[in-house]
Design a binder for this molecule. Structure first.
Ligand SMILES: [Zn+2]
Length: 320
């Protein structure tokens, strides 16, 4: 699948609907209100009517998805989904607006809805060896962090200049080199509680954690084995200990943010993190596979297995 075949495949609204019916329901519409698989095609195939005589509700394939109740046609949404998942560094709303001939405002909205969809389901714990590191994404977040009005924040920032490194949106990320997976979250600042919380939520007790020499990690993980490299001493990999995987992710994300999005607000930082970690985690699959995986999982969040292997059915069988 490439852009040309995407444009051909999704040339009309009906083609998009048929595609989503296949991807989302395996070709058999399921009533979103009562789960009945009996349905009638109405409105020349644009919508369906539930065949359960206690329900009889009408529905479309977009109900409960990111496309629901949107003024934009699916002939815009599906190519947009392809473009954002295929571009290695992301795509700006200005570029998407030009590509799809929609307003920049619409493109911005489309991108944010898609980012929400790309949020991963990270409910399982990582085990073995993980890497943890943290970074600051932008200098712009001072007012949002301390909750001040723009006027007050100006004065505050001036006064707090020496501490400005403490006021930016922090990103804490955990890499699992064994599976090539990354998990990242945005926080107001990096604190011991934040880092401990992130580890407890994502890593199995007893696992080994690789960090850099930062003091914050010293004695932070009593239930884990911590090993570290010392970047001040120019150690990047020492006796198998490294945080290069996390730093690689941060590098890609920073280049994307600077080069494509220019500036992002703290409010939306997590959304961008979702987008970049989604792309990072599915980096070994093809553009077409990545797109189809998102289309088979329009209701919920993507699990790592869905991201990487693109097989939602297989994954469901494993977990149920
Ligand atoms: Zn029904």
């Amino acid at each position: 699948m490439n852009l040309k075949s995407v444009m051909r495949e999704f040339a009309t609204e009906q083609k998009c609907i048929d595609y989503l019916v296949r991807q989302r329901w395996n070709g058999v519409p399921i009533c979103p209100y009562c789960n009945s698989q009996k349905s009638y095609v109405i409105e020349k195939g644009r919508r369906f009517k539930c065949g359960n005589n206690e329900c009889y509700k009408k529905y479309s394939v977009t109900v409960g998805t990111i496309f629901h109740a949107s003024n934009l046609p699916l002939t815009t949404w599906l190519p947009a989904l392809y473009l954002i998942t295929a571009h290695k560094k992301g795509i700006s709303s200005c570029q998407l607006a030009r590509d799809l001939e929609i307003s920049q405002k619409s493109a911005w909205f489309v991108l944010h809805r898609i980012r929400k969809q790309l949020q991963q389901d990270n409910s399982d714990l990582l085990s073995g060896t993980v890497e943890i590191d943290e970074t600051y994404m932008s200098k712009k977040f001072a007012s949002e962090y301390v909750g001040l009005s723009p006027e007050k924040s100006k004065a505050f920032v001036k006064k707090a200049q020496p501490y400005k490194h403490k006021m930016r949106g922090a990103v804490v990320a955990i890499a699992h080199p064994q599976t090539g997976q990354i998990r990242a979250e945005a926080f107001n600042a990096k604190t011991l509680d934040v880092i401990k919380g992130m580890v407890n939520k994502n890593v199995e007790i007893g696992s080994t954690i690789h960090t850099d020499e930062a003091l914050i990690y010293k004695n932070a993980f009593p239930d884990y084995t911590r090993k570290h490299v010392n970047h001040w001493r120019r150690e990047w990999v020492k006796d198998g200990v490294t945080v290069n995987h996390v730093e690689n992710f941060f590098g890609v994300m920073k280049r994307g943010v600077v080069g494509i999005y220019h500036q992002i607000s703290f409010k939306h930082l997590q959304a961008y993190i979702n987008e970049f970690s989604y792309r990072y985690n599915s980096r070994k699959t093809t553009d077409g596979n990545r797109f189809e995986t998102v289309c088979t999982n329009l209701e919920g969040r993507l699990t790592y297995k869905q991201l990487v292997y693109g097989k939602s059915e297989e994954n469901n069988q494993e977990t149920t």
